[in-house]
Write a protein that binds this ligand. Structure first.
Ligand code: C2O
Ligand code: CU
Ligand code: CU
Length: 514
């Protein structure tokens, strides 16, 4: 198949999530570990469905002059596979949610109404806002209740997203479909000659993998890790913006894609079937200083990337996720999806394409990574802990000075792939095992892949708000890991508020956990 090694079925016995993997190589060389009937989708698609573009949500202007958005979370059913229905959850629809959009300086508010059958939360991933607006596990939304966070957007233009964050239920709520994009605009980015017409040449691509049975039912049996499921659920059906088997018609020479890995556990390695080059222009927290040319882009759960791709008239090409280099031993590589290959979406370019100006050589005046002060904070990832502890709603794992920059060293000395996301901050990757980070880790980010046996050093710039009572989270964004406790919490406090933090217990935490 496609010139690859033939995959052989090897019998696996006594495989445990944390144990050693014994493989019986069938032909005397290191064979392929077989987990199930394979999770690749290449060759199975016909690209018959037009790519759905999540609608832009129109805000109202409220009495206080805020742009006020409304998200109604509901159960529903969606046709993914032709002729079948899948029970799903969504925001203002049956699967996923609309795209929220605001400009730097806007005062925004969101009414989030929970009509789901259980409590949830709504987190603004990557948004710079006070901890009580963050929508983490400490801001639950009960059934039929409405939560009304509001804040002033004040950060560089970026592709952010929203999703539930209820402790121990995040994997399920996101998997069922509650997620969407939140785009931040600013004058710096508006002034650049980047493609910017939403849904035309500025196209969101929310990539998710699912296990959907032929009858349309969503298989949730491996949402939690355990047994062979070392990173959580890995599906073989790809949805892009909730569209199965998608195609997009290209009408312009340059298209900017805003990629979001909205999957529970799958790590993608994005490229094109003709290996064409593309330009990475932005990562999680905004623009790079200059476009970075590449033909493969790794993207772990929660990460975003904006790429600009050039098309020629009549082009037909598939965006594919090639086997991602996870940096694990070959057995864990297989278990975590490192052998899997997925067609994501096919692009069909028209006979004439609207001309586009060349990409600028410089995108933004980027100051060098800020210099951390104070003692480094070291977080060692276990399977599935930080510094040997699992998440505890009442325990504080760190007190940080509001508005400071700290050096955080994230150590994965185990066998299983993880990634690292921190709320209430953006960070620069200073080094990976002492080496200069690769191009896709340049710029300001909020989520980073941490390969087995690797230490990633970050300069984390914390937000200016002070709140001694309400924590922000850091966690692995492989949702099964997060749900099983691979998460911790910190507060950011001014010097004056530091005295309000007593010991490592949160004094008045709203503990609705479990
Ligand atoms: Cu996207 Cu704490 O999460
Ligand atoms: Cu987040
Ligand atoms: Cu993890």
């Amino acid at each position: 198949m496609n010139g690859q090694h033939p995959r052989r079925r090897a019998v696996l016995k006594g495989l445990a999530a944390t144990g050693i993997v014994l493989v019986a190589p069938a032909a005397g060389f290191a064979g392929w570990v077989w987990v199930d009937s394979g999770r690749s989708n290449t060759g199975t698609l016909s690209f018959r469905n037009r790519l759905r573009i999540p609608p832009l949500l129109d805000p109202a202007t409220d009495r206080d002059g805020r742009r006020r958005f409304r998200l109604d979370l509901r159960e529903g059913s969606t046709e993914f596979l032709p002729g079948t229905r899948t029970d799903t959850w969504g925001a203002n629809g049956t699967y996923l949610g609309p795209t929220l959009r605001a400009r730097r300086g806007d005062r925004v508010a969101v009414d989030v109404s929970n009509h789901l059958p259980e409590r949830t939360t709504m987190h603004w991933h990557g948004m710079h806002l006070p901890a009580e607006m963050d929508g983490g596990p400490h801001q639950p939304i009960e059934r039929d209740a409405t939560w009304q966070p509001s804040w002033t957007v004040d950060q560089p233009a970026a592709t952010l997203w929203y999703h539930p964050h209820l402790h121990r239920a995040t994997a399920k709520h996101v998997y069922r479909g509650v997620a969407g994009l939140f785009l931040v605009d600013d004058p710096v980015t508006d002034a650049l000659p980047l493609p910017g017409r939403y849904g035309v040449d500025d196209v969101p691509l929310i990539v998710q993998d699912k296990k959907i049975a032929d009858d349309g039912s969503l298989d949730e049996s491996t949402l939690a890790f355990g047994g062979l499921t070392v990173t959580g659920l890995l599906g073989d059906r790809i949805l892009v913006n909730g569209t199965y088997d998608p195609r997009f018609e290209v009408t312009t020479e340059l298209v900017r894609f805003r990629l979001l890995n909205g999957s529970n556990a799958r790590i993608y390695h994005v490229g094109f079937t003709d290996d064409r080059e593309f330009a990475l222009v932005a990562v999680d927290s905004g623009l790079l200083g200059a476009p970075e040319r590449m033909n493969r882009l790794p993207l772990s759960p929660g990460e975003r990337a904006e790429i600009v791709v050039r098309f020629a008239p009549g082009d037909e090409v598939v965006m594919r996720s090639f086997p991602p280099p996870l940096g694990a031993t070959f057995a864990y590589e297989r278990l975590a999806g490192g052998d899997d290959e997925h067609d994501l979406v096919k692009f069909v370019a028209g006979r004439t394409l609207r001309p586009a100006p060349a990409l600028p050589g410089v995108l933004a005046e980027r100051a060098p990574a800020p210099t951390p002060t104070g003692d480094p904070f070291r977080l060692t990832m276990g399977d599935f802990t930080f510094n040997d502890r699992t998440m505890e709603m009442r325990r504080l794992d760190r007190v940080v000075g509001a508005g400071t920059v700290e050096r955080w060293e994230i150590v994965n000395d185990q066998s299983i792939p993880h990634n690292f996301h921190v709320h209430g901050a953006s960070f620069h990757v200073l080094d990976v095992d002492g080496r200069t980070p690769p191009a896709h880790l340049h710029g300001a980010k909020d989520t980073v892949y941490v390969a087995p046996g690797t230490t990633v050093t970050l300069a984390v710039s914390f937000l200016p708000w002070s709140d001694a009572r309400t924590p922000y989270m850091f966690h692995c964004h492989l949702l099964a890991h997060e749900d099983s406790g691979m998460m911790g919490q910190f507060v950011t406090v001014s010097d004056a508020d530091r005295a309000l933090v007593r010991s490592d217990r949160l004094p008045q935490v709203h503990d609705h956990g479990g």
